[in-house]
Design a protein around this ligand. Structure first.
Ligand code: ADP
Ligand code: ZN
Length: 597
């Protein structure tokens, strides 16, 4: 019998296991149940794909998304593994063929949609064949409180009842404890071993910067760091998604849009384009993303503040699944704080829900305003207590300074008070800076004591002060939606001089283009030429095969080819991602390209 490591090397073309993969594989292959919690890109698929090859019979993989299944199967075919899908994308006839082949033992893996799996017909069918294991992917879909809830997932407990001897593996990238408990309970995994990996994504660089004009900031970010890269841009509203996508296209960026207000057909065309072609920027609401396993998403940008750290982490986690450098970039400003607070305030939900939502927003805001390592903050939020600065986030690379802003904050707060707690930041700043605007005159705010007391601070700095004091909860907004700010209980101590306030100093961000992330920028011109040759060949080959480019080879493999520039076939075999099958198929082409450049 081949060993797990042999399969990893020969079939998948990878030299070593990652993290807990080896342990999970041994456990499952020897018949044990398990729950695997690994971050996105951690390598969950191998945890059941290798046991599927080690054990007799067919592995049944339950997955909630059709596009995802198809790409997984396409990737397995590329490396010569016998796999198929069974879901609503097949015609009746095609489905019958798959079922017949399944009965003849022609598959190592079968990917099935949950609703199909749960039919009496299918359950009876698999009762007659040897089943290697059940893999339940995206297992957090059983959670009724999560936003990915799928009612059919709850019924998956039937698998254990009907097939008590077949080992099960449930997998998810959702980190929180409640979801974990719910999965164990609902899927009857009480005796299963739980494998928890660190949720750190070291290759992702976190950056949260001041919002001035989100669109132009986004464009300069893309131009400086991500020309020709695939990325996802998240916006809060459908309207903003449409506008941003159109605007990017006009600026020469290949962008497409995705939100729940679009027709199903248009959505799937855009999603497919994003998955299959290279260098597409997807502008979307958070309706987009679950189960998107495109490995080479080089950046995730947020133009609006997410509601919670969970959301932020899940969304940013879609960047850099291949382990190569990627950016999680966000712009954030006063308007975001006000908007999110108002949305909670105005929602019809119960008080309890509002309290939870407020707490989550507060945690998100403190991540934005932190002066210490963002990654440490994120990980400690998920219960991982490592406080070593990571060196790969904006606060580590360019540590923000703090200043004692007590006096300025007092000025701002008393200006709010003197103007009757009726105005937004823009007007308050005019009063503080002594600008004689029409509005100031109309309200006679040039006659109050706070008029002009903040002349020494430029407008931009005042905006940052207001943003931070709203984030800190010293000011809050009305629920009428005018953006008027008023004092909170917490502001009293500051006004009375009993509490000092330290704020983040807005330093000029080091131009990130000075330090481009990926290896490509470091290549000399000959290497760059080879890289482009390889990319062109990969695009052409992917097109011929009707699969996404990354199914042929990941960027990781192309980078290694450029770096090592193998001269012999033996050297070529050593490259990450080149297993036996891919070597046979593409070895000659690659050698040809390598020799000619
Ligand atoms: P997840 O489902 O956990 O998000 P995947 O299973 O899609 O992650 O794996 C992420 C990427 O990492 C895939 O492209 C996969 O081929 C690659 N990968 C997984 N395990 C290894 C390994 N041991 N060595 C190198 N690459 C790996
Ligand atoms: Zn850091």
């Amino acid at each position: 019998m081949p060993s797990a490591l042999n399969i990893l090397k020969e079939i998948f073309g990878y030299p070593v296991f990652r993290g807990q993969q080896a342990e999970v594989i041994m456990h499952l292959a020897s018949g044990g149940d398990c729950l695997v919690l690994m971050p996105t890109g951690g390598g969950k698929s191998l945890c059941y794909q290798i046991p599927a090859l080690l054990r007799d019979g067919t592995a049944i993989v339950v997955s909630p998304l059709i596009a995802l299944m198809q790409n997984q199967v396409a990737a397995l075919h590329e490396i010569g593994v016998r796999a198929a899908v069974l879901n609503s994308s097949l015609s009746q006839q095609e489905a019958v063929v798959v079922e017949q082949k399944l009965q003849c033992g022609e598959y190592d893996l079968l990917y099935v949609a949950p609703e199909r799996l749960l039919t009496a017909r299918f359950l009876n069918l698999i009762a007659r064949i040897p089943v290697a294991l059940f893999a339940i992917d995206e297992a957090h879909c059983v959670s009724q409180w999560g936003h990915d809830f799928r009612p059919e997932y709850i019924q998956l407990s039937v698998l254990h009842e009907r097939f008590p001897k077949v080992p099960r593996i449930a997998l998810t990238a959702t980190a929180d404890m409640d979801t974990r408990k719910e999965i164990i309970e609902r899927l009857g995994l009480n005796t299963a071993r739980v494998f928890v990996s660190s949720f750190d994504r070291p290759n992702i660089r976190y950056q949260i910067i001041d919002k001035t004009n989100s669109r132009t900031q986004l464009l300069s970010f893309i131009q400086a760091e991500h020309q020709g890269d695939a990325g996802i841009v998240y916006c809060l509203s459908r309207k903003k998604v449409d506008e941003t996508a159109t605007w990017l296209v006009n600026q020469g960026v290949r962008a497409v849009a995705y939100h729940a207000g679009m027709s199903m057909q248009q959505r799937s065309i855009n999603q497919e384009k994003f998955l299959r072609e290279e260098s597409i920027v997807m502008v979307a609401t958070i309706a987009f993303g679950m189960g998107i396993d495109k490995p080479d998403v080089r950046f995730v940008a947020h133009l609006d503040l997410p509601k919670s750290i969970e959301g932020y982490y899940q969304e940013t986690g879609r960047a850099g699944r291949d382990g190569q450098a990627a950016n999680a970039w966000m712009v954030y400003g006063l308007g975001d704080v006000i908007q999110q607070r108002r949305m909670i305030e105005e929602s019809e939900a119960q008080l309890k829900f509002k309290q939870v939502a407020t707490r989550k927003l507060e945690a998100m805001l403190s991540l934005c305003e932190t002066t210490t390592c963002r990654r440490s903050r994120l990980l400690s939020y998920f219960g991982e207590a490592d406080t070593t600065p990571c060196g790969n986030c904006d606060t580590c690379i360019n540590p923000p300074q703090v200043w004692d802003a007590t006096i300025e904050v007092q000025k701002a707060l008393s200006c709010v008070y003197r103007t009757g707690q009726n105005f937004g930041a823009g007007h308050l700043i005019d009063v503080l800076r002594g600008n004689l605007t029409e509005r100031v005159q109309q309200w006679h705010h040039d006659r109050i004591s706070t008029f002009g007391i903040g002349k020494d601070l430029p407008e931009k700095a005042w905006r940052a002060v207001f943003r931070q004091i709203v984030a800190l909860g010293l000011l809050t907004t009305d629920s009428e939606g005018h953006g008027a700010l008023y004092l909170t209980e917490a502001s009293r101590a500051v006004l009375k001089g009993q509490q000092t306030v330290h704020l983040r100093l807005q330093t000029k961000l080091r131009k990130s283009s000075e330090k481009r992330l990926d290896d490509v920028a470091l290549l000399d011109s000959a290497e760059r030429y080879l890289w482009e040759q390889l990319r062109m060949w990969r695009a052409k080959t992917a097109k011929e095969h009707g699969v996404p480019a990354y199914v042929i080879f990941h960027d990781t493999t192309l980078h290694e080819l450029v770096r090592l520039c193998p001269k012999t076939e033996d050297e070529l075999r050593q490259v990450t991602g080149i297993g036996v099958r891919k070597f046979d198929k593409y070895g000659d082409h690659l050698m040809e390209i390598l020799r000619s450049s």
